[in-house]
Design a protein around this ligand. Structure first.
Ligand code: DC
Length: 231
């Protein structure tokens, strides 16, 4: 039994999950788990080390070995280190997202990352962002939120996020890639992308970030009021 509270934020890419999870963690003074980054980093590390992305066993063996650190760069932006090297831009590319989604379909890969994710549950609390936070990794989360948005809105948001980083990220190509990724994530046998039975689903298509935050805070006030006492 673990008494440290968790707020799970799940949903497909481009729903604003990452932004909301980060803002929420800052607001509450809680830790944050970006679980998608772990799958992305594993895909990157495998590529760099010549491990086949089809080799489920080898990928599962590589997962616990990864030297990963989440921090900030000199400008206060996100810095993700793999073996001490800043790989943030590579981690965030849509290409890496696609590879992460492919290896995330392997049950052994998912299993190999379970404990690593649970280790982020540290006092005073954790905001966990992913696809299966509320269903598999933290089924006892105090509040479970599932963000959705139309595929068009999500492609547009990703396009804005990636702008300047990936010249070839045309909107049509992104729309296609994101739709393929969602379909794979939602239809895999192990831990498919779906809301937990006790999750609150919020459609963010017509909402801006403050609008989503308002709804999310409302849910937390109702389901996990103690979150505001740990500040
Ligand atoms: O959230 P993201 O875009 O960084 O995730 C990249 C991929 O990783 C996503 O398409 C599927 C996989 N993933 C997963 O299977 N389970 C998670 N909890 C998080 C991500």
């Amino acid at each position: 039994m673990n008494n440290i509270p968790v707020i799970a934020i799940d949903g497909p890419s481009g729903t604003g999950k990452g932004t909301v999870a980060r803002l929420l963690a800052a607001e509450l003074g809680w830790h944050m788990l970006d679980s998608g980054a772990l799958y992305r980093l594993l895909a990157l590390a495998a590529t760099d080390r010549g491990v086949s992305l089809q080799d489920e066993n080898a990928l599962a063996r590589l997962a616990p070995e990864l030297d990963i650190r989440f921090g900030a760069d000199e400008q206060g932006g996100e810095a993700i280190l793999l073996d001490g090297v800043n790989v943030t831009d590579r981690v965030r590319s849509e290409q890496t997202g696609g590879l992460a989604s492919q290896i995330a379909a392997f049950p052994q890969v998912r299993e190999a990352l379970v404990q690593r994710q649970r280790d982020f549950r540290v006092a005073p609390g954790l905001v966990a962002d992913g696809r299966d936070m509320g269903t598999v990794i933290f089924p006892d989360a105090a509040a479970k939120i599932f963000l959705t948005a139309s595929a068009e809105a999500r492609a547009l948001r990703r396009h804005k996020q990636l702008n300047g980083k990936e010249n070839d990220a045309s909107l049509t190509a992104l729309f296609r890639e994101i739709s393929a990724r969602d379909e794979r994530d939602a239809n895999r046998k192990t831990a498919p992308l779906r809301p937990a039975d006790d999750a609150v689903v919020i459609d963010t298509t017509e909402l801006d970030v403050p609008g989503v935050m308002e709804r999310v805070l409302e849910v937390i006030r109702e389901r996990c009021p103690e979150a505001f006492q740990s500040r």
